[in-house]
Design a protein around this ligand. Structure first.
Ligand code: ACO
Length: 437
């Protein structure tokens, strides 16, 4: 179509510019030609929090927030969650196609082969306080892996990158399980590659004195589904961090540690932990109206609700609600689910939430399942980080192969003082009280 352009008139100069449109966007650099005179820097866009800025082109995850659609590499999340293993989805995410039987067997074998961690990791894990937050431990130990694999700096070599990707996916459950057992003061359990990704993780978490721990198949499948649902979510806060930090050429371990830091925040992956605390605080259903009133007054946030992109029901929340019922068949019903369902019912019929298009997100129900399975709230974000590592690495790999990408470096609008001259300390009057310390 030859009308795929935008015409802009600069009222300061009366000049008109025609700018090409590309997939519903304009290139911000095309605005730079719009100047008052030759010395002018040119026009920029101002977009705090990236509300309306595409930072990359990506073929990994498709998300339509208005329709509530999520697809990985074109496959609807519902189909993948129903039919795939987590490692099968990881393969899809990284290589663009679902694996054949042989490819999957080899892939499983490669990833599980890398589940062991260096014995020294155990030593520095010992240095953490008994009540250290597991996300802090995970972040630090993942960053520390870069010192164990210095060759990982060679990010220009696709073979080397591939090795680190497999390594990190393989080691995440082991690091997470060790962090869990460290907190409990329990001996670490070595990975057992024979068990596969989720069952091995459960074994490392929960094996005690029994000769052979057997994961409940319903619970291991539930974990598998939850991992699939969390594997990627296009340019969210932690993934954008992964891309931004990775764009500097940092190695994948340091880069993933930065993404873990971003994930730990309560507005992002940390929300699942906050949902449980909120449900604990609400207690019984009778207290919901009072809580909702506080939210509407702006005193509180309804954690697990709202999303930058979804302005409809998060499709992952729908699947998770279903998984919850299957899990409760095994574990018994977590009473918090009834409070959550009632909270959702009241919120979804309230003008405040309807007007702002606030729906439950992935974190609203996931914590309730995790708790029923025996996890403590501080573990929930770790359970998010393990599968999201796959998305981070797929996006990192895509970013490194994208010839348009350079070091991420946003612009700013400077709002500080104009140039002024240095004053010796004895000549400075007290202009305003500055609190130091
Ligand atoms: N509870 C109450 N009000 C909310 C909520 C909420 N959970 N979320 C948004 N709002 C309100 C805002 O106060 C704002 O109201 P206003 O227009 O009267 O000022 C309006 O809805 C728009 O919200 P924004 O904060 O502008 O939306 P944004 O896209 O910046 O934030 C976010 C998205 C951070 C997810 C937000 O909805 C939130 O804080 N939710 C709770 C935390 C949460 O569940 N995070 C997990 C997100 S999913 C994930 O990362 C895996």
């Amino acid at each position: 179509m030859d009308n795929q352009t935008l015409t802009i008139t600069d009222n300061r100069t009366q000049r008109t510019y025609t700018i090409p449109l590309y997939r519903g966007t304009i290139r911000a650099m095309d605005l730079r030609q719009i100047k008052i005179d030759a010395g002018d820097f040119g026009l920029m866009t101002y977009d705090p929090a990236f509300m309306n800025t595409a930072s990359c082109q990506s073929a990994i995850t498709y998300l339509d927030g208005d329709q509530g659609i999520l697809r990985y590499r074109g496959y609807p999340i519902e189909q993948l969650a129903e039919n795939c293993t987590f490692l099968e989805v990881a393969y899809l995410m990284l290589y663009g196609e679902l694996p054949t039987v042989e490819q999957l067997a080899l892939w499983d074998c490669h990833v599980m082969h890398h589940s062991l961690i260096h014995e020294n990791v155990k030593k520095f894990m010992e240095g953490f306080h008994y009540d250290a937050h597991p996300m802090g431990i995970l972040m630090s130990t993942v960053a520390a892996l870069s010192t164990f694999y210095p060759e990982a700096r060679n990010i220009a070599d696709p073979k080397c990158r591939r090795k680190q990707i497999i390594r990190l996916i393989g080691k995440m459950p082991t690091l997470a399980a060790y962090a869990y057992r460290h907190r409990l003061g329990m001996p670490y359990i070595y990975p057992d590659p024979e068990l596969g990704y989720t069952k091995n993780y459960m074994n490392m978490l929960w094996k005690r004195a029994e000769p052979k721990y057997a994961a409940n198949p319903v619970l291991s499948r539930a974990l598998e589904v939850l991992f699939i649902l969390h594997a990627d979510h296009e340019q969210n806060c932690s993934t954008s961090t992964m891309r931004a930090v990775g764009s500097s050429g940092a190695d994948p371990y340091a880069t993933a540690a930065a993404a873990i830091a971003a994930l730990s925040g309560p507005l992002h992956g940390g929300a699942n932990e906050e949902v449980l605390r909120m449900l604990d605080e609400i207690g019984s259903k009778d207290n919901i109206p009072g809580f909702i009133a506080q939210v509407k007054e702006g005193k509180r946030k309804l954690m697990g609700f709202g999303h930058r992109v979804y302005k409809n029901y998060d499709p992952r929340a729908r699947i998770i609600k279903q998984v919850a019922e299957e899990v409760f068949e095994v574990t018994g019903r977590n009473p918090k689910i009834d409070t959550a369902i009632e909270l959702e019912r009241i919120a979804l019929s309230d003008e405040y939430f309807i007007k702002r298009k606030l729906y439950p997100n992935v974190d609203f129900y996931s914590g309730i399942i995790y708790q029923a399975m025996g996890f403590k709230p501080e573990q929930f974000t770790v359970l998010f980080g393990i599968p999201r590592t796959v998305g981070w690495l797929a996006q990192w790999e895509e970013m490194l192969q994208d010839s348009e990408q350079k070091i991420a470096r946003p612009r700013q609008i400077y709002t500080g003082p104009e140039q002024r001259n240095y004053l010796p300390i004895e000549l400075r009057g007290v202009r305003q009280a500055v609190q130091v310390g």
